[in-house]
Unconditional design. Structure first.
Length: 330
C-alpha cells in the first residue's frame, strides 16, 4: 500500500484546539480488544440490509415497501463502494470536516482536563478522515460504514498512521454494516457521542428518522449528537436536476456516471422533525467544504446538540418550533 499523505489532520496551524497531553487514560490500545466484536459486525456484510432476502421476494412478485427501502439502501451502498474503489483517499484527503471540528471543540470545552474517556460512533465513516482526527485528540472511535472498501481503507489508514510514529491516543474498531449490526455485539453499550458527516441527505425520510432514533438508542444520557448534511443551498443547476414531483426537495446528478447518487436536501425543519424533543442545547450552523478534492464547495447544515436525560429510546415527540437553534454562521 502506498504511503498516505495525512496533511490536514491535527496540527498547530489547522486545529482549532491544541493536542491533549498523552496520559494513561488515553493510551493507544490494541485492535485485538475489538476483534471479536468486529467479527460479529463484519459477519453482516455479505448480505447488507437483507438484500438477498429482499431480492427473493421481488422474484416472487411479493415486494413490500420495506423491501423497496432495502433496495434503495443497497443502491446507495453500491454507489459509494464504486466511489471508494475508484478514488480511494483522493475523495477528500485527510483534512477533518467542519462538523468534526465542531464536535471535537464542544467535547474538549466540556472536559478540559481530559479526565473522561470519550467514545464516538462515526456513522458513515468513509475511509476514516474524521475518525483519525478524533483518535489524535484521544477519543475512542467506533467506525461504521456500509461500504466494505471504505472500511478497508479506514483500517489501512489507521495502521499507516500508527506506523508513521505520530501517536494516536485513542483506540479504534472498524465495522461494515449498520448501527444495529454493530451494537448487537455490544449489548447494553452506550457511547458518549454520535457523529455523522454528509450521510443523512442520502436517506429516504423513513430511513432519515430511523437513523436519528437509532442514534438516540445507542447513546448515553447527555451524549453529544453532531450531524452534517447537504442543504438546499447546495442545488447546482449546472450539475443537477430536480426529480419530478419532488422539486425543491430531491435532486439527482445529470452525469450518467453518478446515477444512483440522489440528494434529498436537509433543512433545519427536517432535522428538528427527526430528532423531536430528544435533544437539548441545540445549535445549528452552515458550513462549506469541497464535495471532492478539487471540486466546488458543498453547502452543509450542521446540527450539534445533547441527548436529554428523560428521553425514551423508543419515543421521540415531534418538535414544531426551531427557536432553540442558533443559526449563526461559523
Amino acid at each position: 500500500m502506498a504511503a498516505i499523505d495525512f496533511s490536514g489532520l491535527v496540527d498547530a496551524e489547522n486545529s482549532p484546539m491544541s493536542r491533549p497531553p498523552a496520559t494513561k487514560a488515553f493510551a493507544d490500545l490494541s485492535e485485538a480488544r475489538d476483534r471479536p466484536r468486529q467479527a460479529c459486525a463484519l459477519g453482516k456484510s455479505s448480505c447488507l440490509f437483507g438484500v438477498t432476502h429482499m431480492q427473493k421476494k421481488l422474484i416472487n412478485g411479493a415486494a413490500r415497501p420495506d423491501a423497496l427501502r432495502a433496495l434503495g439502501k443497497a443502491r446507495i451502498a453500491r454507489t459509494w463502494e464504486q466511489y471508494y474503489q475508484e478514488r480511494g483517499y483522493e475523495l477528500w484527503g485527510f483534512s477533518p470536516s467542519p462538523a468534526a471540528r465542531i464536535l471535537a471543540q464542544a467535547i474538549l470545552d466540556s472536559n478540559p482536563r481530559r479526565s473522561e474517556r470519550i467514545e464516538i460512533v462515526d456513522w458513515g465513516c468513509g475511509y476514516g478522515r474524521d475518525s483519525l482526527y478524533f483518535l489524535e485528540l484521544g477519543f475512542d472511535v467506533i467506525e461504521i460504514d456500509v461500504s466494505e472498501k471504505a472500511v478497508a481503507l479506514a483500517r489501512g489508514a489507521y495502521k499507516q498512521r500508527q506506523a508513521s510514529g505520530i501517536p494516536l491516543l485513542g483506540s479504534a474498531s472498524f465495522h461494515t454494516g449498520d448501527l444495529h449490526s454493530v451494537f448487537k455485539c455490544r449489548p447494553g453499550q452506550r457511547v458518549r457521542a454520535f457523529f455523522s458527516n454528509r450521510v443523512l441527505h442520502l436517506l429516504s425520510e423513513i430511513d432519515f428518522r430511523e437513523a436519528t432514533r437509532d442514534a438516540m438508542t445507542f447513546t448515553e444520557t447527555d451524549a453529544y449528537f453532531c450531524v452534517s448534511a447537504r442543504s438546499p443551498d447546495d442545488f447546482n443547476t449546472t450539475l443537477m436536476e430536480w426529480i419530478p414531483g419532488k422539486e425543491q426537495e430531491m435532486a439527482r446528478y445529470k452525469d450518467p456516471a453518478r446515477s444512483g447518487h440522489d440528494i434529498t436536501f436537509v433543512t433545519k425543519d427536517r432535522l428538528l422533525r427527526a430528532v423531536g424533543n430528544a435533544l437539548e442545547d441545540m445549535h445549528c450552523t452552515n458550513a462549506t467544504e469541497p464535495e471532492r478534492v478539487g471540486s466546488p464547495n458543498t453547502h452543509l447544515l450542521i446540527l450539534l446538540g445533547r441527548k436529554r436525560g428523560w428521553v425514551s429510546d423508543a419515543v421521540m415527540p415531534t418538535v414544531t418550533s426551531n427557536s432553540a437553534l442558533d443559526t449563526s454562521d461559523p
